[in-house]
Design a protein around this ligand. Sequence first.
Ligand code: KG4
Ligand code: ZN
Length: 339
Amino acid sequence: MLVLGIESSCDETAVSLFETGNPPKLLGEKLASQEKIHVEYGGVVPELAAREHMRNLPILVNGLCQELNIKLSDIDAIGVTRGPGLKGCLLMGVSFAEGFAVARNIPLIGVNHIEGHLNAVLLDNPELQYPFLGLIVSGGHTEIVYAESFGKYKILAQTSDDAAGEAFDKSANLLGFPYPGGATLAKLADTVSSSPYKLPKVMREASGFSFSGLKTAISLLINRTRNPEDSEEEAQKKTAELAYTIQDSIVDALVYKLKKAIKETGVTTVAVAGGVSANQCLRRRISAIRNIKSYFPDFKHSVDNGAMIGFIAAIRLARGEQSPLNGSVVSRWPIEELS
Ligand code: KG4
Ligand code: ZN
């Protein structure tokens, strides 16, 4: 069976096509990023994002079918992100998908975006097996989950304020980089190999994640360090070193909590997912943890993408699942509530 996957929970419109099987086979995928549209507002404008999804979805689906030489009538099922995410954005994807499902009389699967991120690691590493620990680090989520089997997840730690991606983006903004900025900060940080600046070690005692204290410390450090009298060269060097210290401290907090969870659970297989899993420093530091096996998605499947949604839909469809066509979306949907 051919399964179309649709993602529209935030500012990327993305589609994919899978053939069911064990595991499902990715035939193709397409993505339209809206970064250029939101950059002038310093963040995602939900209404603009929703409108773009509506415009992009038919273009991407038709383009993908043409590329793969497949007719719309060849599609046997459709999977779409039902949550979590921005309500207006989710509604665009779900309305499009439900319309398609009704018109073609095919089943629809409502997919959890976070389950998609987590299982994107399996999509790119078929040798990864349940159970494992998942570190999910994106623009909206920072969680460590115990993934017992497909669909059965327990949240062991989560953030009480910002997500790791937000910590990167807000720091990037303080350094003067346009939204989202996380990847730009990381790229600059990787141009130097040390820094004279220090940030406090945070989150050592608390059970979950919290980035608010670190955010304040980062803001103070930047204000203290920058000097309008600096030459351009000196200012550039300082910015790169500040980026290095900021990246190091965010990554350090994530790795500290992950190591703690490994120790507490005794689970030594780790999957790292979500936009921040594209971070090279995080990948290096987790890969260096001794006596564990760590897995990461391909870079294009770290950030939001259509393949992770089609993958879940194809698996759930093969399990005989199907969702009602009632237009519902869920802005908050912890993966613990799945089965
Ligand atoms: O998973 P994702 O694409 O969207 C959400 O579901 O939120 O994650 C986006 C987040 C943004 O905050 C972005 O700045 C961050 O992932 N990100 C990175 C890197 N690439 C993307 N953060 C640090 N280093 C990177 N290389
Ligand atoms: Zn995401």
